[in-house]
Design a protein around this ligand. Structure first.
Ligand SMILES: *Cc1c(COP(=O)(O)O)cnc(C)c1O
Length: 416
């Protein structure tokens, strides 16, 4: 397959063409799954080698000070802060997205309890862990203090009455790629006296965000998706400074103590974002993420967003011109403002098509019952990659390659 010159020209003119070299990528493969697991930044490999050999291998416990391990959660948090529009001191890197959600949900409910508000409104098709964490908290607190209400997207605003404490949403839907208007929804929630918690799993590092300016209360997100921090990289939590100090999140581990190294028998929460820390951080994992974030140095998120939309437009346009297009249902909005950094296509043979694509070295992923997801990650994807991926998909569908028996076998592997 030879890529047309018109596509090659787009890569020549691409202001992000230099960042691809910062990653180690599988050869002759179109990796359209960076929305689920980002690839390995070269700087992360080097950093890990140094941390293992020198810091852990030689300097051992002195590294907490000597190599700044003790400041890593805040340092990485502030780096992520620059990507999401948060001034320093409001983001820390720690734990997983699920655990961080528990912390901010608990805090937000405490703030709202005085007003007699106890409901958490979310979306029925939110990522399951977000809903599960509310269920867990509800079973702990009892439903008079925490009650989950799940609605469809278009019903959210109408249900924000004075029983609602929190609107908890994921900005970009993991299945469809639908992107909420975070600013408008935050404003509407505040008008109704409701606090907001945004899950930025599919938006941090993918598009410009202005959490401070939009007056977001709390947010959480993943380190291993668009931030390329590596498998199981620690997550982050944002709490606006106006919410610091007054409330205590219940995972009151020693790292969130005002003076952890005084080893007091009683818990006093740090009067800062540090209160959202719990136990000792995973230094290896956080070092990899710290180095990975430097890929964003000198890169503008507006440029990333513009290229992301250009890539997904190109993909959709190539497919729409084909006979086989009618077999698909495009779940991702055509409207740019409503589109995240992925394209989701439903097809009755979605699972087998995804397997056939992977066998053809085009890595996408599948979400039950019938959705194929393609992630568009501008830092390392070329227009040529998108063209090649589209050609592979067209061939597989046109020739019904996916009917081969090896593609319908279900592998019981995890899919996050
Ligand atoms: C990927 C993802 C998560 C993952 O949560 P972990 O606790 O880090 O496993 C959570 N929420 C959303 C919306 C996601 O897309």
């Amino acid at each position: 397959m030879t890529c047309p010159d018109s596509i090659r020209a787009l890569d020549q003119q691409d202001p992000l063409k230099h960042t691809r070299a910062l990653f180690e990528l599988p050869v002759e493969t179109q990796y359209l799954d960076g929305n689920s697991l980002g690839p390995l930044p070269r700087a992360s490999r080097q950093r890990l080698e140094h941390v293992v050999q020198q810091q852990w291998g030689q300097d051992l416990i002195t590294s907490w000070n000597k190599h700044g391990w003790i400041r890593l959660s805040q340092q990485v948090g502030d780096k992520i802060g620059t990507l999401i529009g948060a001034a320093p001191g409001q983001v820390v890197c720690c734990d997983s997205t699920s655990v961080n959600l528990f912390k901010v949900l608990s805090t937000a409910l405490q703030i709202q309890a005085k007003q007699g508000r106890h409901r958490i409104v979310s979306q029925r098709d939110n990522f399951p862990t977000d809903l599960y964490m509310v269920e867990g908290l509800a079973s702990l607190l009892g439903e008079t203090r925490c009650e989950l209400v799940t609605l469809d997207t278009n019903q959210l605003i109408d249900h924000l009455d004075n029983s609602v404490a929190v609107l908890m949403l994921t900005q970009v839907n993991f299945r469809t790629g639908y992107c909420h208007d975070m600013r408008a929804l935050t404003e509407a929630a505040h008008k109704a006296g409701v606090l907001v918690i945004w899950d930025l799993a599919h938006s941090a590092g993918a598009m410009p965000l202005s959490l401070d300016e939009w007056k977001v209360d709390f947010a959480v997100g993943c380190g291993y998706k668009y931030l390329n921090g590596g498998p199981g990289a620690p997550a982050f939590v944002y709490a606006a400074s106006r919410h610091h100090g007054a409330h205590t999140q219940p995972l009151s581990g020693w790292m969130g103590h005002a003076k952890p190294f005084e080893f007091s028998p009683n818990y006093t929460p740090a009067p800062s974002i540090n209160q959202y820390l719990c136990g000792t951080p995973s230094v290896l994992a956080m070092s990899a993420l710290d180095a990975a974030l430097d890929v964003f140095d000198g890169v503008d998120l507006e440029t990333i967003r513009a290229k992301s939309l250009a890539l997904s437009d190109l993909f959709i346009n190539i497919l729409q011109a084909e006979e086989c297009w009618h077999e698909f249902c495009l779940l991702t909005p055509a409207e740019h403002a409503e589109r995240g950094s992925q394209v989701a296509l439903a097809h009755p043979h979605g699972y087998a098509i995804t397997q056939a694509l992977i066998a053809a070295r085009c890595v996408a992923d599948f979400r039950a019952p019938d959705v194929i997801r393609f992630g568009f990650t501008p830092l390392y994807l070329r227009y040529e990659d998108v063209w090649l991926a589209a050609q592979k998909l067209i061939r597989i569908v046109r020739e019904q390659d996916y009917l081969r028996p090896e593609f319908s076998k279900s592998t019981a592997g995890p899919v996050t």
